[in-house]
Design a protein around this ligand. Structure first.
Ligand code: SF4
Length: 313
């Protein structure tokens, strides 16, 4: 930073280790979307994820309280961690009282609060935690009908979990992963949490059978209000020697999986729009019309994808 301030030439990449907690500076002004970082690192160690493989460190509550105070000028608070349910955890299991103390700070601020990320394994291993947070924040009320959070399914194949993301399923086994994801969706739905989840297509060693299992999992999630977004594998972290997955690598089973995700998202997007724009009839109407047009235009392509064909020209 000193070099940058002096206008000296800078290296293209700067490598560094984890910053000790006491050296993480407090914010001085409100952040975009009122984001307040409450923890760094993850520790679950998925092989396709770089910075979050670092060990989990939670910021002290006093510092978080101060950042919430600075963010009072924003009309919203976004609690950020790779898994907000493991705030303050020493191991893999959530420490419920510490997480509740964190959300109590947010609730007492009076600001509309949301969270950035959470893990399905944490939801399933502490089933009452999500419900208690929802009660604290008034989730499910007319003013706050739902609580959106970004999560990672990545695959429905236990063998890919075993190979690349064993820690993501803990304290459960890779074999239990699909059931953990389904059970966690049920717990989230009961407390009006709506996950927006990612999948990773083209993980090294992925077979047609793995992709089929992921599609079956997506189909099982149909009854739960959520969005599912398929992403392509990017070679980083301990998988940096592998090749990128590209559109040219998409096979019949991938197209079927894509179609299942699009159908799932169309199933729920209307309700999400109504909830999100609950105070604006015009926005509800306009976005609803836009989605209707997209749905009609995409239908022939979706049918082809469901047959395992590429819709690309
Ligand atoms: S659980 Fe998520 S944040 Fe943690 S290492 Fe895996 S992909 Fe990264």
């Amino acid at each position: 930073f000193r070099k940058a301030v002096r206008g000296e030439p800078l290296p293209r990449v700067v490598e560094g280790g984890p910053t000790p907690l006491e050296r993480i500076p407090a914010i001085r002004n409100p952040t975009i979307n009122g984001i307040v970082e409450v923890a760094r690192g993850c520790g679950r160690g998925c092989r396709f994820c770089v910075p979050t493989q670092r060990y989990l460190r939670s910021l002290p509550l006093e510092k978080i309280r101060e950042e919430i105070r600075v963010n009072r000028a924003a009309d919203h608070l976004l609690i950020h961690a790779e898994d907000v349910l493991r705030y303050g955890a020493k191991g893999i299991l959530p420490e419920e009282e510490r997480v509740l103390a964190l959300f109590r700070e947010a609730a007492e601020s009076g600001l509309d609060t949301s969270a950035s990320h959470a893990a399905f394994a944490s939801v399933a291993s502490a089933p009452s935690l999500v419900q208690r947070i929802s009660e604290m924040l008034g989730v499910g009320s007319r003013e706050k009908p739902m609580f959106g959070v970004q999560m990672g399914i990545e695959t429905g194949s236990p063998s890919l979990v075993e190979r690349h993301m064993r820690g993501k399923a803990l304290p459960f086994s890779p074999e239990e992963w699909p059931e953990v994801v389904v059970r966690a969706h049920g717990i989230l739905a009961d407390s009006r949490w709506v996950p927006c989840s990612t999948l990773v297509l083209g993980l090294p060693g992925e077979t047609e059978e793995d992709v089929r299992k992921t599609r079956e999992l997506v189909e099982r999630l149909g009854e739960f209000e959520s969005l599912i977004i398929p992403l392509f594998f990017v070679p980083v972290g301990s998988l940096s020697g592998e090749r990128f997955f590209t559109a040219k690598d998409l096979r019949a089973e991938h197209w079927r999986l894509y179609a299942a995700c699009v159908r799932h998202d169309f199933r729920w997007i209307g309700r999400l729009i109504r909830e999100h724009f609950r105070d604006s009839r015009v926005k509800r109407l306009l976005t609803g019309m836009l989605v209707g047009v997209m749905r009609r235009r995409l239908e022939p392509y979706l049918r082809r994808m469901e047959e395992g064909e590429s819709p690309l020209p």
